[in-house]
Ligand binder design. Structure first.
Ligand code: GLC
Length: 744
């Protein structure tokens, strides 16, 4: 009886304590905890180590992590995957004096086990719902596997396809990139942080990492503040407005100051002007790398500069672990600065509910239910289909009839499995890649009993061995139609994968030239993580489909498009150059004082003597199996003040015989301003579904925000004057035009 009384008293006490804790605000609970922490324990929260089994950066030898965790000297780990492993490390953390749980972060860039198209491919879908769904599924699977935090979305604008990391982002356009940043943050974080199927998002890499000189990864970035504010910062601001819980800084120096030591970026803009209350994690070792930058004398100086600049957590450089205590003792760093960083991190741990239950995300039952479940697989296939871009379809070879007798499926990409995940796939060692649907399997799943599918590899991706051509030609000659799948290897785009030449490697184009001689109808699939240069194919092959790297349902999605079960709707999120010599090349360029009127008009004009200025394929370009007619453009007003807006309506008709989706793009041109303005800027778009023969009226609103820009003094606002309004199917396929005026 006595024991029962005691257990009742104890459970009432615990209940009251939990209740009182929950009644306290998170900030009060953070402050209570902070008061109990030693300086070493505080610095421990600013320290993040990787799991050595899955490195995503140069290995930094470190002391015994288990011991450090038990002493409360580590606040977070990355690259720890799965319920078992995260539990193991969390149990160690609960042996520490204050039992502060670890945060587990991972690059869940486009899927955990169910893998979606690489982000640049998803951007080609221009389907914000689909993109949000992709991030949602990634969060549902990762959060069931012990992960609290994904290092995504990467929101770096880039105009340089030599930079391998374009595959992780949303391309060259600030408006599209900002919308996609919002969709991805919302997808990852769900309705509220702390919900079991949500993870913290991490907007990265702050900032302007995509403008590395020469497209060479980790290289310097030098740009005007106006360019920074106008083009590179808005997607980050969009991420803050969408509630991104964390940021990650970038490796590059920006105008001479490494981002991780850049007070202007991290304190003045992010934590100051934008009032960001999450925390900033350094990119892998970037604090210590300030020594190589020549910005810090040594590790101690690096730690000093980083903590003052607003880098809250040190990923993998050991600079904070080894130096902050001494810097505080020497009064070079105030405890308040340390406390601010610790508060930001603890606040997120409380928001995630980790103090109530440190194991709540490490749930093997949920993990089993979530990973690669049918609903996720279906979503992956849909998003992949939407991401495919039809570049050419002359002679109407596509969609293929399901009665075609013999298909020759040729090329080095046809039977690859893991490659379809692209560079940033979560390497789930214990899970084999059998669930990934190769292009070959996708075709087999699709064709009927009466269709024969023949295969030949033809050649490798990188080597110059043409001995496989003979077999490929034999297969082609036995076929009614040939599908050939080529491209760059899946790990030729991604981190530290810049290419000076972005051609199709090896002898793959030669293979196609030989196949063309057979006279067979040929469909070319190009797999890549970036825009490539493939002029001969583009000029000589009638049917070309850009299939990027589409994730675990790649094969099924490609087959859906090839056989018309999904009518391709993708539009390029980046400009495709004719040659590397045109880079940087992007659609929203300035006009210059000597614009060329046409390709021959280059005498004393801004052009090249050896190539046109125009791209091979422009931003916003992509074909469909059907046609869309644009008509009936109406503006509610043609003169507005900056307090008013214009309602723009237009009709779009599917005049073909296939149901399909179209991305209707709205561009404006500010004809003149106190600073030069781009020849056109994307300011809105709508992706709509139209049945064959169907017409819809679309409405767009042009408000002052869309007419505003940063002037010379970095003031954001609009200026009176005339504007061109353009609506089209691509940045260089404008179907409807009008003008309007902004008046004082
Ligand atoms: C890498 C990448 C970054 C990634 C981090 C952790 O170096 O730059 O995007 O999130 O390290 O893997």
């Amino acid at each position: 009886m006595k024991n029962i009384k005691i257990s009742i008293i104890v459970s009432v006490f615990i209940g009251l304590n939990v209740f009182s804790q929950q009644q306290k605000t998170i900030d009060e609970r953070v402050d209570d905890l902070l008061k109990k922490m030693t300086l070493e324990e505080k610095i421990g929260q600013l320290n993040q180590y990787t799991n050595d089994a899955n490195l995503t950066g140069p290995l930094v030898i470190k002391p015994n992590k288990q011991e450090e965790i038990k002493k409360g000297l580590l606040g977070s780990m990355l690259n720890v995957m799965g319920v078992e492993r995260t539990r193991k490390y969390q149990e160690l953390a609960l042996q520490s004096r204050l039992k502060i749980p670890l945060l587990f972060g991972l690059d869940v860039i486009h899927g955990y086990k169910t893998t979606f198209p690489i982000p640049l491919a998803e951007a080609a879908s221009w389907d914000l719902e689909a993109i949000e769904k992709s991030a949602r599924v990634a969060a549902e699977e990762a959060s069931a596997s012990g992960i609290h935090w994904t290092f995504a979305p990467m929101v770096d604008i880039s105009r340089d396809p030599r930079w391998g990391r374009v595959m992780e982002g949303a391309g060259e356009d600030t408006y599209l990139g900002s919308k996609i940043a919002i969709a991805r943050v919302k997808g990852f974080q769900g309705n509220k942080l702390g919900e079991l199927n949500s993870v913290m998002a991490c907007a990265k890499h702050f900032a302007a990492y995509g403008a590395a000189v020469g497209g060479r990864d980790y290289n310097s970035v030098d740009m005007s503040d106006r360019m920074l504010w106008e083009t590179y910062l808005p997607p980050f601001k969009a991420a803050v407005d969408a509630g991104a819980a964390t940021f990650m800084n970038s490796f590059n120096d920006l105008n001479g100051i490494p981002a991780t030591g850049n007070k202007y970026l991290q304190r003045d803009i992010l934590k100051g002007k934008w009032n960001f209350n999450g925390f900033v994690v350094s990119d892998w070792g970037s604090i210590g790398e300030m020594i190589d930058h020549g910005f810090a004398k040594d590790s101690k100086d690096a730690a000093l500069k980083a903590i003052i600049a607003g880098s809250d957590m040190d990923m993998e450089s050991n600079a904070y672990r080894n130096n902050l205590k001494q810097l505080v003792e020497e009064k070079k760093v105030s405890v308040e600065l340390i406390d601010d960083a610790v508060r930001r991190i603890l606040r997120k741990k409380f928001e995630l509910g980790l103090f109530e239950n440190p194991f709540r995300y490490s749930d093997s039952e949920r993990q089993k239910k979530q990973l690669n479940n049918p609903e996720h697989t279906k979503a992956a296939r849909e998003v992949a289909s939407k991401s495919i871009v039809l570049l050419k379809n002359e002679n109407g070879i596509l969609p293929l009839s399901k009665n075609v007798k013999t298909i020759g499926f040729i090329g080095p990409m046809v039977k690859l499995k893991r490659a379809n995940h692209g560079f940033w796939a979560v390497e789930l060692k214990e899970i084999d890649s059998s669930y990934i649907v190769s292009q070959w399997e996708g075709m087999l799943n699709k064709i009927g009993r009466n269709t024969k599918l023949l295969y030949a590899k033809g050649c490798g991706i990188l080597d110059n061995d043409k001995s496989g051509f003979k077999e490929a030609l034999e297969i082609a000659n036995q076929s009614d139609v040939v599908v050939v799948s080529i491209g760059e290897r899946h790990d030729m785009s991604g981190e530290a994968k810049s290419r000076s030449s972005i051609n199709i490697p090896g002898v793959q184009e030669d293979l196609i030239k030989e196949l063309q001689k057979t006279g067979k109808p040929i469909v070319v699939l190009i797999n890549a993580g970036r825009p490539l240069v493939f002029n001969w194919i583009a000029d000589n092959m009638p049917t070309i489909v850009y299939t990027w790297w589409l994730g675990s349902e790649a094969g099924n999605a490609i087959a859906d498009v090839i056989f018309g079960d999904y009518n391709p709707s993708g539009k390029l999120p980046m400009t495709f150059p004719r040659t590397e010599g045109q880079i940087p090349i992007y659609y929203n360029h300035y006009n210059t004082g000597r614009p060329i009127k046409n390709d021959n008009d280059i005498v004393y004009k801004s052009g090249y003597i050896d190539i046109t200025n125009s791209p091979k394929f422009p931003f916003g370009y992509g074909l469909s199996y059907t046609n869309f007619d644009y008509s009936n453009l109406k503006l509610s007003k043609t003169k507005i003040t900056n307090k008013e807006s214009i309602q723009v309506t237009m009709d779009i008709k599917n005049s073909g015989k296939f149901d399909g989706e179209e991305v209707v793009q709205l561009y404006i041109r500010d004809r003149f301003g106190s600073v030069v303005r781009p020849v056109k800027e994307l300011k809105d778009f709508q992706k709509i579904n139209l049945k064959a023969g169907e017409t819809k009226t679309l409405t767009f609103i042009i408000d002052n925000q869309k007419l505003s820009f940063y002037n010379e003094k970095l003031e954001f606002g609009s200026e009176s004057g005339e504007f061109d309004l353009m609506i089209g199917s691509s940045s260089d396929d404008i179907r409807l035009k009008d003008t309007f005026e902004l008046i004082d």
